[in-house]
Design a protein around this ligand. Structure first.
Ligand code: CMP
Length: 139
């Protein structure tokens, strides 16, 4: 069904600081279920490919370097209205603007190191899920 999945990553700083378990627990508590999940350490080339849409942005180099700096957790989540609900749940990209109680308000340290990624559209959710997982790995 269109509109029922989103893709997320727990980014290197949140992972390194030991927040992955708490974030996963809150994701489940918010009513999302996991269709797929894995721990990976992206190469700079893979991070660059994933964020290719931001290639022209001034922060692209920094983003690629950061996202390949350590392990992350990548996951596909399922819920009605997943993309929009997950973006509300994680809060604004810039943690200074994130609402109280959101994941980024609790765990992000800066706009670049903002704890988690969340897809921005249904189309991108599938593109991003397929970047990390085969059909066989999404149940
Ligand atoms: P994410 O949701 O993963 O999608 C793109 C990422 O680019 C975003 O989260 C931020 O981590 C990063 N980003 C966006 N704007 C900036 C910025 N001004 N400076 C550094 N990183 C940014």
């Amino acid at each position: 069904m269109a509109g029922n999945i989103t893709f997320t990553m727990i980014k290197p700083t949140a992972y390194k600081n030991g927040h992955a378990g708490k974030i996963i627990d809150q994701i489940l508590g918010a009513g999302f279920t996991f269709k797929a999940m894995k721990q990976v350490h992206l190469t700079a080339e893979q991070a660059g490919q994933f964020y290719a849409v931001h290639k022209a942005r001034p922060f692209y180099g920094e983003l690629v370097e950061f996202m390949s700096s350590g392990p992350i957790i990548a996951a596909v989540l399922e819920k009605d209205n997943a993309v929009e609900d997950y973006r509300t749940f994680i809060g604004a990209t810039n943690p200074a603007e994130a609402a109280e109680g959101t994941i980024r308000k609790q765990f992000a340290t800066s706009i670049g190191e903002n704890a988690v990624h969340g897809s921005d559209s249904d189309e991108n959710a599938w593109i991003e899920a397929n970047f990390f997982f085969s059909n066989f790995e999404m149940v």
